[in-house]
Design a binder for this molecule. Structure first.
Ligand SMILES: [Zn+2]
Length: 198
């Protein structure tokens, strides 16, 4: 039997995606054998990440009130790219092809699971629709939830800007952040008008 504290560490590591009990055990032993200073750095990094919160404007991760993207006046202020998660935002940002603004929904509409438009960051998106905004790009997962959410937003924002969505290069059922950079880049460049009728 391991001491409780060691067992706890193992169980916490086991919560990480793709980490089985054996890997968790190996990681826990590695951390155990680190110098105290390094252990403290890991603990501190976790504490700091827990302080991150949603940007008041777009919902992206940030340390202050407003994220670094919203605060950057050199970005194209006429485009908003709507994504389901921060992870998706960074997947697009890493392409280094899009230089507009973002809006993070924090999920997608899923009636079965009780996730309704009111539970998502949609009202804030509507508030951002000033005449300055020329295009809203819906970069959502290509599955039923993503499609439903895209149609809902397109209807809600109708007439306020050009609404486009990514070309159907992503495999159906595919999560946006699982797409490789080339596929995502092609889907982004080939985006089409979303007419709201599906
Ligand atoms: Zn922001």
């Amino acid at each position: 039997m391991y001491p409780n504290s060691f067992e706890n560490l193992m169980l916490e590591l086991h919560n990480l995606p793709g980490v089985g009990m054996k890997s968790a055990e190996r990681m826990a032993f590695a951390i155990l054998n680190w110098p105290k200073a390094q252990q403290e750095q890991l603990a501190q990094a976790i504490r700091q990440v827990s302080q991150l919160h949603a940007c008041k404007i777009c919902g992206n991760l940030c340390e202050g009130d407003i994220c670094s993207i919203c605060a950057d006046s050199t970005r194209d202020q006429t485009q908003i790219c709507v994504v389901q998660s921060e992870k998706d935002l960074y997947a697009i940002e890493n392409l280094q092809e899009y230089h507009g603004l973002y809006h993070v929904l924090h999920g997608a509409i899923n009636i079965q699971k009780g996730i309704l438009p009111d539970h998502l960051n949609i009202e804030e998106l509507e508030k951002r629709m000033t005449p300055q905004i020329k295009e809203v790009i819906l970069a959502l997962d290509s599955n039923a939830e993503g499609e439903t959410t895209a149609r809902y937003i397109a209807l809600r924002l109708e007439g306020k800007a050009l609404i486009t969505k990514l070309a159907s290069g992503l495999p159906f059922g595919g999560k946006l952040d699982y797409a490789d950079a080339r596929t995502l880049s092609k889907a982004f460049a080939g985006r089409q008008k979303e007419n709201g009728q599906g």
